[in-house]
Design a protein around this ligand. Structure first.
Ligand code: NAD
Length: 467
């Protein structure tokens, strides 16, 4: 019997099946988790559809109040949620606490936004107004790297705009989301949010369902392509937040010692399992050796252990599949460059990989060209900044990037020419609920956060009146 329940139509229900969730730090079964059947996914969509007219007609002030109540409830139970998050996802407890608190902040932020009717023309000939209407049932499909926060990226704007939802977490990290379902069930009317789980086998039921009007998807580019194809049949609205291969370009005038901690944090936060993590560094030849040494020093000192242990800085990677994939990247790194820190798998249970710095490596290798999504960072030498930029841009991905330099104007010029959704200068991985975020090229379609992100959950509606 599982302690966890699906949320369908305002009822906490067992799954038609169960599946085990593994703690990545111990490889032990953390919990038996309900696993939905296709019929339960369809029931969740039907419940969201039935709840839609009522929720759409609820005054926006009441919807905002509900978002603030969810933030209050999350904040009141931060520690409980964070412990469970660490156990199922692997991240260090302080980072899990941060994820819960930041999630609450997203609910609060969207509770401050509005969707006012706007008059775009009003004269003797005509009056034209625009409105933003809700779409209907939104499916939110979530990956395993930030299971709560990515729900918090999608749910507040979707609900504020008057939509109802079906949320599907990743199969290896469903527990915190199901726990959130218990809390939501005390705040929201039945059917406004429904939560179902799967074993990576029911996402398509949502993306092809005729009653789902929008899919907000975060995950890999390969799966994103399937989502897009599947949504085509009913011309669903889609937002895709996909993979990345962010480059950090470190110019010759940057101070390697000062830049190294920021670059390390940008690459190894959440054990490198961040869509917007630095996944390759291009360093100017004049500071190359020093930067590699500084990064190796930080990597060697990092404490890699169970995220529940005090002092742990880097937890395990989240699941066995990713762990095995990273072993392949390590082999490639060994063959195509020189590993100067890490490169080892600690001899203990759990999916642990020491933070790894790979130098003397170039483009055209797996570790540079592909998304590793783990704690392995290649450092590539360059002599000409425009050439480094061209190599950074020569990727099918275009999520984020950063430029590191003492000269802000030069950095800004390079940043302006980086073919990505976001570029940072002298930092990486700094974002906020009010700052729109989205990918270029095969890193995604559309934006999340801010007013732009909110608009993605609405239908533009124009009323044009004769005078
Ligand atoms: P994934 O694509 O394997 O899975 C993501 C979700 O899609 C899971 O819930 C999964 O069950 C579901 N899914 C699987 N097959 C499906 C299908 N055919 N139709 C619909 N849904 C399906 O990704 P992952 O391994 O969980 O996450 C890692 C990837 O996600 C990385 O590439 C990373 O860069 C990317 N990511 C992107 C962002 C971003 O905002 N751009 C954020 C986090 C992660």
């Amino acid at each position: 019997m599982s302690d966890y329940k699906l949320l369908i139509g305002g009822k906490l229900v067992p799954g038609d099946m169960t599946m085990d969730v593994i703690n990545p730090a111990t490889e032990e079964v953390l919990a038996a988790c309900p696993r939905a059947s296709e019929a339960q996914v369809n029931a969740a969509v039907a419940a969201a559809k039935a709840a839609f007219p009522g929720w759409a007609a609820t005054p926006i002030a009441e919807r905002k109040a509900a978002l603030n109540k969810i933030a209050d409830a999350l904040e009141a139970r931060t520690e409980e949620f964070a412990r469970l998050l660490t156990q199922e996802q692997g991240k260090p407890l302080p980072e899990a606490m941060g994820e819960i608190q930041y999630s609450a902040a997203f609910f609060r932020y969207f509770a401050t936004l509005d969707l006012p009717q706007e008059t775009i023309e009003d004269n003797e000939n005509r009056k034209v107004v625009t409105q933003r209407r809700p779409l209907g049932v939104v499916a939110a499909i979530i990956p395993w790297n930030f299971p709560v926060m990515i729900v918090a990226f999608k749910m507040p704007p979707a609900l504020l705009a008057g939509n109802t939802m079906v949320i599907k977490p990743a199969p290896t990290t469903p527990l915190t989301t199901l726990k959130l379902g218990e809390l939501l069930n005390e705040i929201l009317p039945p059917g406004v949010v429904n939560i179902v789980t799967d074993a990576n086998d029911l996402g398509h039921v949502l993306t092809k369902h005729p009653d789902v009007r929008k899919v907000s998807f975060t995950g890999s580019t390969d799966t994103g392509k399937k989502v897009m194809a599947s949504a085509a049949d009913t011309i669903k609205r889609i937002t895709l937040e996909l993979g990345g291969n962010d480059a950090a370009i470190v110019l010759g005038d940057a101070d390697p010692k000062a830049a190294a901690p920021g670059i390390f944090g940008g690459a190894f936060f959440n054990a490198g399992q961040v869509c917007l993590a630095i996944k390759r560094v291009y360093a100017h030849e004049s500071i190359y050796d020093q930067l590699c040494d500084e990064l190796a020093k930080i990597a060697d000192a990092a404490i890699v252990d169970d995220g529940l242990k005090q002092g742990t800085q880097i937890g395990p990677v989240q699941n066995r599949m990713q762990f095995e994939k990273l072993k392949g990247f390590l082999e490639d790194a060994r063959a195509s460059g020189r590993i100067v820190a890490g490169g080892t798998i600690p001899d203990q249970p759990g999916f642990f990989v020491r933070p790894t710095i790979v130098r003397d490596v170039s483009d055209g290798t797996k570790i540079v060209d592909e998304e590793q999504f783990g704690p392995i960072l290649p450092i590539i030498k360059f002599s000409d900044a425009d050439d480094a930029l061209a190599r950074a841009n020569a990727s099918p991905y275009g999520l984020g990037g950063s430029v590191w330099s003492a000269d802000i104007d030069t950095a800004f010029d390079i940043a302006s020419r980086m073919d990505t959704g976001t570029v940072w200068v002298n930092k990486h991985l700094d974002f906020g609920p009010n700052i729109p975020f989205g990918g270029a090229k095969q890193s995604g379609i559309g934006a999340e956060f801010g007013q732009e992100g909110l608009h993605e959950f609405t239908q533009l509606h124009v009323i044009n009146m004769a005078r």
